[in-house]
Design a protein around this ligand. Structure first.
Ligand SMILES: N[C@@H](CCC(=O)N[C@@H](CS)C(=O)NCC(=O)O)C(=O)O
Length: 196
């Protein structure tokens, strides 16, 4: 959900936020299932136009509203952005957030024991994710190019979680470009305005 909010913030679109607890013990609220039959977040409304699925939402926001363009027009830069978004969605989100952050940071916060086996199994996958992001980024200030793109917006919420884990320091060794990117991106207004 933070990705969609980041897109709105970066494009300086006014929006309203309806908070939904999809993990509620009583189940996903019925009114939310009308917006998102799979019971996930985010869902998005613009007038009488409704959408769910982050990829569809952020591309619609980019095309429908004025402001900075979140998808490069250059063919190869656009392909790289889409590649990084694919890596984050398919591999990094599960590994860095669910397998490491949730089992290390959220478990401790909830007074649960971490599943050390799950974390240990995730570490080699984490290294591939991090080293590939570090290799693919072109270091012009953002992950791809000299202005914010969907690649940054997909990566930032993942790093906001993962960088809280004690594992991050050793896993990020050798990923200097990525570390510098995170230090810059974490201080953007859009990040503080969407802090969970
Ligand atoms: N393919 C969906 C995935 C959305 C998704 O999994 N959202 C998570 C929160 S980031 C969620 O709603 N999880 C609730 C659940 O797994 O029950 C998208 O890209 O929007």
């Amino acid at each position: 959900m933070r990705i969609a909010r980041l897109a709105l913030e970066e494009k300086q679109v006014n929006y309203g936020l309806v908070e939904v607890d999809v993990f509620a013990k009583t189940g996903v609220p019925q009114e939310h299932l009308k917006r998102h039959p799979f019971g996930r977040i985010p869902a998005f409304e613009h007038g009488d136009f409704n959408l769910y699925e982050t990829g569809a939402i952020v591309r619609y926001i980019d095309d429908a509203f004025p402001g900075c363009k979140l998808q490069p027009t250059d063919l190869k830069a656009r392909a790289k952005v889409n590649q990084i978004v694919g890596i984050l969605d398919a591999y990094a989100y599960q590994t860095l957030v669910w397998d490491i952050y949730v089992d290390r940071v959220v478990a401790a916060r909830d007074g649960r024991l971490a599943n050390e086996q799950k974390i240990a199994a995730a570490l080699p996958r984490a290294i591939v994710c991090l080293s590939e992001l570090n290799r693919l980024m072109d270091d012009q200030g953002f992950l791809i190019g000299g202005s914010v793109t969907l690649a940054d917006l997909y990566a930032a919420p993942i790093f906001a979680c993962f960088m809280q884990t004690p594992e991050a320091a050793s896993q990020m060794e050798g990923c200097e470009k990525l570390i510098d990117w995170w230090q810059r991106f974490a201080s953007r207004d859009s990040m503080s305005r969407t802090r969970p």
